[in-house]
Design a protein around this ligand. Structure first.
Ligand SMILES: N[C@@H](CCC(=O)N[C@@H](CS)C(=O)NCC(=O)O)C(=O)O
Length: 202
């Protein structure tokens, strides 16, 4: 198998990559990694390829790719899918991937993580994460008032990146119905052939 993905079922960053592989119909092998283990106790084959110690990692033949959004970009270029129509679209895909890495890919995942697994998180920290998440969801909600997907009437890896954690909004104690355009967009993503919920796919 040319493509091997290391991931974890609670990791939306891993889900983003597996969802892209699935929607692109790219044959791959999925190897789950137990990230509840200390890093030094994770399998040697994973530690060899995981430059930052994190999932996801994609191995494409002898080349290793880390950082979910960099992996998504690699896949879009490799498969010529979910990448938009032309160079202008490709630039916009990159812009959204950078936005995701600094905004919705930080706020919602960390809020969810703190609420689910870190009961001692100070209230100030939770409030800050929640405010960031509300701002980011509001930003997306405005976007989807104007168009079906981030770039237009077709999905790209930018949509896949931004939706990664949003099928778990309830676990971040956020109500999807508060952002109707986001909710509609998530439904449209769920309707794409091959889509599965993170817990089913991972
Ligand atoms: N910026 C990274 C974030 C990856 C990340 O945070 N991975 C988490 C799971 S979602 C992880 O591996 N945690 C275990 C650890 O850091 O040891 C990406 O987009 O791939």
């Amino acid at each position: 198998m040319d493509l091997i993905l290391y991931g974890n079922r609670e990791s939306g960053h891993s889900y983003k990559v597996r969802l892209a592989l699935t929607l692109m119909q790219a044959p791959h092998e999925y190897r789950p990694v137990d990230i509840s283990l200390p890093r030094e106790q994770r399998p040697a084959e994973f530690r060899r390829v995981s430059r930052f110690g994190e999932v996801p990692v994609l191995v494409d033949r002898s080349q290793v790719y880390v950082q979910s959004d960099a992996i998504l970009l690699h896949l879009a270029q490799r498969e010529h899918k979910l990448y938009g129509r032309d160079a202008v679209d490709h630039d916009q895909v990159r812009e959204w991937l950078f936005w995701e890495a600094n905004r919705i890919g930080i706020s919602v995942p960390n809020l969810r993580f703190a609420l689910r697994w870190l009961p001692d998180t100070p209230k100030d920290v939770l409030d800050w994460l929640r405010q960031r998440a509300l701002a980011d969801l509001g930003r997306l909600n405005d976007e989807f008032a104007k168009r079906q997907f981030l770039l237009g009437d077709f999905p790209t890896v930018a949509d896949i990146a931004c939706c990664g954690y949003l099928f778990w909004l309830d676990q971040a104690e956020l109500d999807r119905d508060a952002w109707p355009n986001v909710s509609r967009w998530l439904s449209d993503i769920s309707a794409l052939p091959g889509w599965q919920h993170p817990y089913d796919l991972m």
